[in-house]
Write a protein that binds this ligand. Structure first.
Ligand code: DCM
Ligand code: DCM
Ligand code: DCM
Ligand code: ZN
Ligand code: ZN
Length: 268
């Protein structure tokens, strides 16, 4: 996701963590404001462009070597590269944020990484190898030349939510929080936590990756690459994609809250 998507995920999580979890992470992040998660949600994207952080580039995705739209599926041993992937990164930084021997700076960095990567794993094209997760599929969006990955990360969320600012993210998060509590998602939210297990981060994250990757076949390219390549996708394609984007952002925030609750207190 782009910055605004990550910030929305973080604000949703802020709305579902317990008071003890909030206190725990405000202390780790040295930030007692209500924006303590949203303020660090995009750190990992800045870090990966620094020379010190180049190693973390593969941590933002898992390259599922499946065959969309005919067959979708993620396999940890097949798809998590030797340099690591979003699933191994969630495992590593979940361990580091719970460490009592690492420096405060390292524990803070781990918290920032967990917030970001639980967001990214919910973007369907972050769970797909084809055409570099859609980066090599040229499309236009309202006449602007871009690529399929970028419209899922940024153009479609920003058009729907009304911009790219932190204030837009906060407002969208409020809407999605209500949808989880009492609206569209209220009967599904409990199922979103099926299989979550803090003692088995790989299995937990693979459930999320699998769930997200399935949308590559059903929604991202249901009629293959040729049906989207060099096409303007701001019409019917956008209309079909947007409910999935909203669901994935909502799920990411709800699962992130549960994961942070498990880290801080041992229960969701
Ligand atoms: N991005 C950027 N510069 C930054 C941080 C992020 O250009 N300092 C862009 C690159 C990606 C997008 O943000 O297109 C989102 O990245 P990701 O999906 O890994 O979060
Ligand atoms: N950090 C870390 N290990 C690194 C780089 C950074 O633990 N290799 C931590 C230190 C700060 C945060 O991440 O808490 C941001 O650091 P920087 O500004 O150096 O990216
Ligand atoms: N990306 C991905 N899968 C890949 C490579 C990249 O999901 N195999 C993501 C990371 C960024 C975006 O695509 O969100 C652009 O990546 P980059 O900045 O590395 O071109
Ligand atoms: Zn992306
Ligand atoms: Zn990312």
């Amino acid at each position: 996701w782009g910055d605004m998507g990550h910030e929305t995920v973080a604000y949703i999580a802020s709305n579902f963590v317990t008071t003890a979890t909030k206190t725990h992470f405000q202390k780790i992040l040295a930030d007692t404001t209500t924006d303590y998660l949203a303020a660090v949600a995009t750190y990992a994207d800045t870090y990966r462009y620094t020379s010190a952080g180049l190693y973390s580039k593969p941590y933002h995705f898992i390259d599922a070597n499946d065959n969309p739209p005919t067959s979708c599926g993620v396999d940890y041993s097949r798809d998590c590269g030797t340099g690591g992937c979003v699933v191994s990164a969630i495992k590593n930084y979940t361990a580091r944020v719970q460490s009592s021997s690492l420096s405060a700076a390292n524990v803070a960095q781990a918290a920032k990484m967990v917030v970001h990567f639980i967001g990214d794993i919910h973007q369907p094209l972050h769970d797909e190898n084809l055409d570099v997760g859609g980066n090599d599929i040229d499309v236009t969006f309202n006449g602007v030349s871009t690529n399929l990955h970028h419209i899922w990360d940024t153009n479609m969320p920003e058009l729907y939510a009304g911009g790219s600012t932190l204030a837009v993210a906060k407002k969208w998060a409020t809407t999605l929080t209500t949808a989880i509590k009492t609206g569209t998602y209220s009967s599904d939210a409990a199922d979103w936590l099926t299989g979550i297990d803090i003692t088995d981060p790989v299995s937990s994250a693979m459930i999320w990756a699998q769930d997200s990757n399935a949308f590559v076949c059903s929604t991202v390219m249901p009629n293959g690459v040729s049906a989207v390549e060099n096409v303007d996708l701001a019409g019917a394609y956008y209309t079909a994609a947007m409910p999935i984007i909203e669901e994935q952002i909502a799920k990411a925030g709800y699962r992130l809250a549960a994961w942070l609750n498990l880290i801080a207190t041992g229960s969701t």
